[in-house]
Design a protein around this ligand. Structure first.
Ligand SMILES: [Zn+2]
Length: 268
């Protein structure tokens, strides 16, 4: 059976082989050897490169999976052009490999990864936007889509400022929040340290951030990057999206720490 998939991890093994982790449309995440993949003459040379999207077949031999036939579709060569783009691509890869299931179709996740990598490679959107959209949308695909239709208590909508409940994926209006005994985030959490594992976090968000969240979770896949945010609200949006994904996955990622160190290095 042939499927389509993108190489999200490539490790050299032996003299000329590679061990690949591939996110596929029909088989979820697949770990497969690519024999002779580092040899220019190999028929699978191009398809075995990191971030190459291909049509593929697999074969099983003595309990191991190998790439059979392959035909590259897209290579995303532009990813390597910038440090922050490369760092973001490895974070996206680490998350996708972590959440994708083996042997189960992952069409939505694959589409999100391809869309994100395309935007990085072609520099069509700012890096912060690609990262945040990926995080929020990824959480939604995994079943954690927040309910942004109305306040959790009174059901009303159209507020200027609301309290977003990261853990429950819902929001409270100012009045319902004041009337409740809910705890909220008192100190600004350092971006670098992440907040995974911290529960019942409520963060105040402005109308623009609220609208951006709504847009990302409710838009069609091909539209998710098509919005703008005012400069002063970008930081809040990024922080909420990152917290949202990490808190639902209950873990942190080495590649995310690396991404933050790269971004702060570029700024300084
Ligand atoms: Zn309310």
């Amino acid at each position: 059976m042939s499927t389509k998939g993108i190489v999200l991890r490539a490790v050299n093994v032996g003299e000329s082989d590679k061990m690949l982790t591939i996110l596929t449309q029909d088989l979820g995440v697949v770990s497969a050897y690519s024999n002779g993949a580092r040899n220019l003459k190999s028929k699978n040379f191009a398809s075995s490169r990191l971030y190459t999207y291909s049509e593929l077949t697999f074969r099983e031999t003595r309990g191991k999976t190998y790439i059979g036939e392959s035909a590259p579709i897209e290579s995303f060569f532009g990813i390597g052009k910038t440090l922050d783009g490369s760092a973001l691509a490895s974070y996206i890869s680490e998350v996708a490999c972590d959440v994708a299931v083996e042997g189960q179709p992952e069409q939505e996740l694959l589409q999100l990864v391809l869309n994100s990598l395309f935007c990085i490679s072609d520099s069509t959107k700012p890096i912060w936007q690609i990262k945040s959209v990926f995080e929020l949308r990824c959480a939604s695909i995994l079943g954690f889509m927040p309910d942004m239709v109305g306040c959790k208590v009174c059901g009303k909508s159209g507020f200027d400022n609301v309290w977003f409940d990261i853990d429950d994926g819902c929001y409270y209006c100012e009045d319902c929040f004041k009337n409740s005994q809910l705890e909220y985030e008192t100190e600004k959490v350092d971006e670098m340290s992440g907040i995974y594992g911290k529960h019942n976090v409520l963060v105040p968000i402005s109308k623009s951030v609220f609208e951006a969240i709504r847009f990302v979770i409710y838009s069609k896949p091909e539209r998710i990057m098509s919005f703008n945010l005012k400069d002063e609200t970008i930081k809040d949006f990024c922080s909420v999206c990152e917290k949202y994904l990490l808190s639902h996955l209950e873990r942190n990622f080495v590649s995310l720490d690396f991404y933050h160190s790269v971004v702060s290095m570029i700024k300084n």
